[in-house]
Write a new protein. Sequence first.
Length: 71
Amino acid sequence: MAPVFDSCAVVPRHLTVEQAHNILHIHRSCPTDQCQRRKAALYFLMDSRRSAREENGRDLRGTVPRSPGLG
């Protein structure tokens, strides 16, 4: 049996990227719509990537987005 802190119903308040990846590994067989812990980790990682992209002006692939009208 998983420890209480690894319960699907316990949503972490603060995560690091490493913790979010660990949660996804532990809860890999859980459906995202039913596991609040997995959902929180996924949303945290998506938000972290979005924030990093906005900070450095790059998209998820690491390329600089083209300005409209430049060929």
